[in-house]
Design a protein around this ligand. Sequence first.
Ligand code: ATP
Length: 457
Amino acid sequence: MDKVVSLCKRRGFVFQGSEIYGGLAGVFDFGPMGVELLNNLKRSWWKANVYDKENYYGLDSGMFKHPRVWDASGHTSGFSDPLSECRECNTRIRVDKELGKIGIEADEKMSEEEINKLFDENRDKIVCPKCGQKNFTSVKAFNLLIKSNLGDFTGEGSEPVYLPGEACQGIYLDYKNIVDSMSPKLPFGIVQIGKAFRNEISPRNFLFRTRELEQADTQLFVKPNQNKEAYEQVKQDRLNWYLSIGIKPENLRWKQHANLVFYASDAWDIEYNFPGLGFDELEGIHDRTNYDLTQHMEFSGADLRYTDPETGEKYIPWILETSVGMGRMFLAVISDAYHEEEMDGSTRVVLKLHKDLAPYRVAVSPLLKNKPELVEKAREVFKLLKKEFGNVAWDDNGNIGKRYRRQDEIGTPACIVIDFETLGQEKPELKDTVTVRDRDTGEQIRVAIADLISHLK
Ligand code: ATP
């Protein structure tokens, strides 16, 4: 994990939020390379979940929502994690996760009483991560919602407007608008990537657990009781997508939830083998019955029933949800792509990212930057490729070996070098050809500039 974190900083992928002020826990910034990888991931995810499907609709809902939304969803009363504090040094721990580390099944859905009992039985095995003592307070449920003062000008607002604790609520709120405006037939999906905020007790492990996050959600609306087969398909589609973007199959596995919330019919996580953490939740896939729409119908008074166009029957659809944090996805993808290997007599770090995800499609270099005729020709090629691919790097810093290593670390699939042969000065038959070097094999071939775009494509 340390190596991935260090590469992310060194090469402009991820920075600690507010770093020059000493940092803000649980908040990260995506730098120039990070934002490209993140956007490519979002594009690939969107394509798989909207364009490659039929009857799936995109949405971008407002972050702030009516205060009652979080009552209806159960977040004001039940969106909490079990917290205990070290009496010696005031470090806070998330008790279910600490129990998990010593092999005891526990989760945030347990009652305070249940988790206190488990904690008390195992106190001798849980040590404070900071001071090493075992002197903890009893466990309290700590609500993760973060309040804002939106519209509260006196500071006395009794009904705070919360920052979203999860992104998917926007989908339930606009479900009726989408049915009315798009007339979809069941089964249909609504898809959104949106920000969420959680007062995580101990944000840690880099992008794995942050306080500000982004979630990519799909909600598939199906006829009542027609959930089982569709759920299996949704699960399979999501696993296949990770494989399609090049994640190694041995680093992915399924985990079924042992302890379901009362309304859920089934819940599985796709786990990834995070470096230094081991297998942990990457994405949640939940069979949520008709709970969400029923709750919002009751709390808002709006009729959220679907009218079957064939029978005229009215019913509340059931929902199959997939939800993944973009940060966790980013961490899984970059960790999976990270390799250290021997090449040309030294060890190189290379990000073997899927070529569609790499921040730069290709890098262009003049062999020497102090030879104007090489630079001029290289700029020509650079402009040609930039027009076609957009994200193309101009790299004339250091010698060619250093440039290759730098682009390897960023994951650039191909490097192009314009040399004297390109100018036809040494071998006339090689005029207007360039060297193309492959990131993964290091192999170099000559390609005519006229064929470059089709070759790279
Ligand atoms: P965990 O048990 O790890 O706290 P969760 O079960 O609360 O996660 P969900 O509420 O189901 O997670 O959220 C869906 C997805 O959002 C998760 O699978 C994960 O990818 C992501 N996610 C949730 N909380 C965080 C966080 N604090 N930081 C980064 N990603 C998160």
